[in-house]
Design a protein around this ligand. Structure first.
Ligand code: ADP
Length: 380
């Protein structure tokens, strides 16, 4: 308990709001206003475990409190002014520091902007160079296609003539040949036929590359197309160990495409599947495309398969998997051509294959392909 004794008039002050606020800090407060003095008693219970209030401790507390006693209002103002001045000094120091930091940040920003500008200039120059290179590449590729188209076109006539002549020589109406001569004529005809296949393939590919093939878009009846391809494939199969399964698509299945080009693609895939399959099954089936409005045509076989690292390479011109061509005819141009045609038809060609297990080539076709922009024609 603390008892404060104040002079007259204190009762009025102590009855006001500040006294009520002070009262909330203690457990009990009594203000006893007398004639000449006002007595204020403050009670506060000590918490359990607090150090006991010995006379020495009370004396020490009294000294401490006397030190904290407020001075005159003028003194208070002086103290507050001093505190304000030091706060102001601190704010000034902080402001100066901030200004310095700002300068640093600006310098860094300028430096970075300059560097960025330089890099940008470099990138733009690089882009220009790339544009130039890609134009050069395009021109070179066009020149190559033009050259191939012209050469193969020019070669076709003499090679066809050679085949015709060998037929004439072997004809029963011509002078009889010796056995040796007949064998040679056969060899010449075989080689000339291979050459003609190569020339024709080259011509097809060159035409497709030069953008000279323009699909004739029609509504293609897929059921009829499958029927026709089944007949062609059956005629190519020579081994009884290979079974052909071409599932009939549902009646009415149709796609907007170029029938002749699509037939060429599928015939090519089927011929390859038959060529590289010793035994088992060669199949073709139609499915609705996953995730888009269109069709997937899958040509699968149980043949020799293709190692995964060559899945890209077999779409390159003239590439044949080492060892795969022994005893088989081929030019290595069928797949690149098929891929070009499928792209031209607005679709894509995919491969899944494992050596010894077989291959699955999938042609994905949109139902309504966007007719591609007219290809740039170069009549030169
Ligand atoms: P070609 O059949 O005239 O050799 P392609 O371009 O059609 O040329 O095929 C390239 C190569 O890809 C083939 O030589 C062969 O090695 C491989 N290949 C293509 N289709 C198959 C298949 N169904 N199974 C195994 N290998 C294949």
């Amino acid at each position: 308990m603390v008892e404060i004794v104040a002079g007259p008039g204190a009762t009025a002050v102590l009855a006001g709001d500040p006294a009520a606020a002070a009262g909330r800090l203690v457990h009990e407060m009594e203000v006893d206003g007398g004639e000449s003095t006002t007595r204020v008693r403050l009670f506060r219970r000590l918490p359990i475990g607090a150090a006991p209030l010995t006379p020495e401790r009370i004396a020490a507390l009294r000294v401490e409190l006397a030190g904290n006693a407020p001075g005159t209002p003028l003194d208070e103002l002086a103290v507050q002014n001093r505190e304000l001045m030091s706060a102001l000094d601190e704010v000034r120091a902080q402001r100066d520091e901030l200004a310095e930091t700002n300068q640093g940040v600006m310098a860094l920003y300028n430096e970075l902007s300059q560097e960025l500008e330089e890099t940008n200039r470099g990138v733009v120059a690089l882009y220009n160079e790339l544009d130039e290179r890609s134009a050069q590449l395009k021109a070179a590729s066009e020149a190559k296609s033009r050259f191939l188209a012209n050469v193969s076109h020019e070669l076709r006539a003499p090679v066809t003539a050679v085949i015709g002549l060998t037929r004439l020589l072997a004809d029963s109406g011509s002078d009889p040949l010796t056995g040796e001569q007949a064998r040679h004529v056969d060899l010449i005809r075989g080689s000339a036929t291979d050459l003609l296949t190569l020339v024709n393939d080259l011509l097809d590919l060159a035409k497709a590359e030069a953008g000279r093939l323009e699909p004739a878009w029609t509504e293609v009846d897929l059921r009829a197309l499958f029927g026709q391809l089944r007949g062609t494939a059956r005629a190519v199969i020579t081994r009884p160990e290979v079974q052909l399964v071409v599932a009939d698509p549902p009646t009415g299945s149709a796609v907007t495409s170029d029938e002749a080009l699509l037939t060429q693609v599928l015939r090519n895939l089927l011929t390859n599947a038959i060529k590289f399959t010793e035994r088992g099954t060669v199949s073709m089936e139609l499915r609705a495309a996953t995730g888009q409005d269109g069709w997937e045509i899958e040509v699968a076989d149980t043949g020799i398969g293709i190692p995964p690292e060559l899945h890209q390479r077999i779409f390159e011109e003239f590439y044949q998997v080492p060892g795969s061509s022994s005893g088989r005819t081929g030019t290595g141009l069928g797949l690149p051509y098929a891929q070009r045609l499928v792209t031209l038809l607005g679709g894509s060609l995919h491969l899944a294959s494992e050596p010894g297990k077989g291959s699955v080539f999938t042609v994905v076709l949109p139902s309504r392909p966007m007719p591609p922009a007219p290809a740039q024609r170069d009549e030169g």
